[in-house]
Design a protein around this ligand. Structure first.
Ligand code: AMP
Length: 280
């Protein structure tokens, strides 16, 4: 496995054989089974796989959150070597944003609701860094998790609008046995908080079941999901939404392809999760 923090070196390693297909898995490190599922998918679909590890300061709207974000580079590199990754890019912030950096990359529309409404500037940071990674690595395919559903929708929009020459692959959310989605942030949960964090999954299940049983009222399902979340004393919901999967805007009555999504703080840890549900 080759590793580098230099854009120039990564470019030369990537282009040693231009006939090979490359998969890219962008991450912020503190790797877990969810990340590794993306890596395995990339390895199975491409000649070579690159993983980036970069805690992108521009996508954190809260400096405390950035400081608290777990950093485990040595363990990450060991996991990636064992998984069979070919190239790891772990630039320093100055490599990605050198003095004089002045460019922004803004997707409108789908960046505005949900996470966009609660984390101002977050998606501008995401699109900027992913756009840079796409230009640096020029992957054939890039792999993202359904766990960050809005991110995949925003990035698909960016790839289409800016004609990035790659296929964006969305991989299913990997969960622990009790339904909690794997997340780098889970390590920050105390034992009691970890036990209560399963409420996100239970609430999504509850909403999904109501839809499957025929409920079509946005208000009724949203209220039921909020009530379920609030039944867990340690959970502080930021938002719970039922939206169109395409526009990410609420719709009433519910119809078509839907996204049930939420952001919930458990103690100091902010967790997100979602389900996709389709009504025929
Ligand atoms: P992060 O390091 O949190 O930025 O995540 C890097 C990539 O891994 C993103 O595309 C995430 O959506 C994806 N990812 C994170 N957690 C999971 C999970 N539990 N299952 C599947 N993909 C995930």
């Amino acid at each position: 496995m080759k590793k580098s923090d230099s854009i120039t070196e990564i470019r030369s390693l990537r282009w040693q054989d231009p006939t090979l297909s490359w998969g890219l898995v962008p991450t912020m490190g503190a790797l877990h089974i969810g990340h590794l599922s993306l890596v395995q998918r990339s390895i199975s679909e491409n000649d070579r796989t690159a993983v980036s590890i970069f805690i992108n300061p521009k996508q954190f709207n809260d400096s405390g959150d950035l400081e608290q974000y777990p950093r485990t580079l040595d363990a990450d590199l060991a996991l990636l070597a064992e998984a069979g990754v070919d190239l790891v890019f772990f630039p320093k912030s100055e490599e990605m944003y050198p003095p004089g950096f002045q460019t922004e990359l803004v997707v409108n529309g789908v960046t505005k609701p949900l996470e966009g409404a609660h984390r101002p500037g977050h998606f501008e940071g995401v699109t900027l860094v992913v756009g840079k990674l796409f230009n640096i690595i020029q992957p054939t395919r890039a792999y993202f998790g359904q766990k960050d559903a809005q991110q995949t929708i925003v990035l698909k929009r960016m790839v289409t609008d800016l004609n990035f020459n790659l296929e964006l692959v969305v991989c299913p959310t990997v969960r622990e046995a009790d339904g909690l989605a794997f997340s780098s942030r889970n390590v920050n949960l105390s034992q009691a908080e970890r036990a209560s964090a399963t409420i996100l999954y239970q609430t999504l299940e509850h909403g999904k079941r109501m839809i499957e049983e025929g409920e079509r009222s946005y208000k009724v399902i949203k209220a039921a999901m909020e009530k379920k979340l609030l039944s867990e004393p340690l959970a502080k919901p930021e938002y719970v939404e039922i939206t169109s999967l395409d526009t990410l805007l609420p719709l009433d009555p519910l119809t078509g392809d839907l996204l049930l999504s939420m952001a919930v703080s458990i103690g100091d840890t902010r967790l997100i999760d979602n389900f996709m549900v389709s009504i025929d």
